[in-house]
Design a protein. Sequence first.
Length: 131
Amino acid sequence: MSLRWDAFIHSVQERGEYPSEEEADRAARVVLALLGAHLVGEDRAQVAARLPETYALILLNPLQAAEPLDAQRFVRATAAWIDGATERTAAWDVSAVLSVVADAIDEDLLNRVLLQLPPGYDLLFGHPQPT
């Protein structure tokens, strides 16, 4: 069952401490577009199925990535797509969005998603993995 838009955006807004839904929405759109470029197949479809339709479509129709970005480069790419963002604020944006995504999906799917991504994404999702 997917989250409703208002539940998703309010969770992102709360975690990111954004003053408005618009700022939370902007972060969610950028982060999910970049994430979608790194996920493939059934796992990406299953994550999308847990998100509100607006965000599911963004995840399923991602920006194109020439190569997988490690976690640090993912944060830098996020900063490049958000006006006025720095690496520090982008890391905050990424974690706010991806931690809500992690809560929306089950542990098995989260583990499969993390297997598709370069090391370091576990921290961005707020679910550190044992080393």
